[in-house]
Ligand binder design. Sequence first.
Ligand SMILES: C[S@@+](CC[C@H](N)C(=O)[O-])C[C@H]1O[C@@H](n2cnc3c(N)ncnc32)[C@H](O)[C@@H]1O
Length: 154
Amino acid sequence: MKNDEWLTPPEIMAKLGAFDLDPCSPINRPWDTARRHFTVTDDGLSKEWFGRVWMNPPFGREATRWMKKMADHGNGIALIPARTETAMFYESVWTRADAVLFLKGRPHFHRVDGSRASFNSGAPICLVAYGQRNHAALLNSGLGVVVAVPRIAA
Ligand SMILES: C[S@@+](CC[C@H](N)C(=O)[O-])C[C@H]1O[C@@H](n2cnc3c(N)ncnc32)[C@H](O)[C@@H]1O
């Protein structure tokens, strides 16, 4: 999965409720993931975020900046690889999030034409909740095991 244009399976989105903003969305999307979308032409990272945010960030080193902005925003759910030992996870999840859901199984992401990949993510994936409402949404989703993040020192 070497480019950014891999979309969240709609069956995952359907279990999480409605979102106000997706700040990193394809220019041509097969379905909505929120009420408002920012694309690469807007540069969602430079914009002001609002409301309940859904975020499946661009891959690679950039993801660190997106996760920091999500943690600062404090209201939403992020989908990221479950690389729980990394600096990014410590900086934006273990010290700042409210809960993490470890997805049962490996999802098959979709292309921008809506088609589903025949192969799976190739890595464990998790959903990270910021804010108690989003923690509750993870618990209600039935998508996997939810772990509340204890408040530890950074
Ligand atoms: C992994 S995909 C997730 C798409 C969608 N949010 C979803 O969950 O299905 C990441 C998306 O971020 C977009 N993207 C990359 N850089 C961006 C930027 N600076 N501002 C907004 N979107 C960006 C890519 O075009 C891509 O569609």
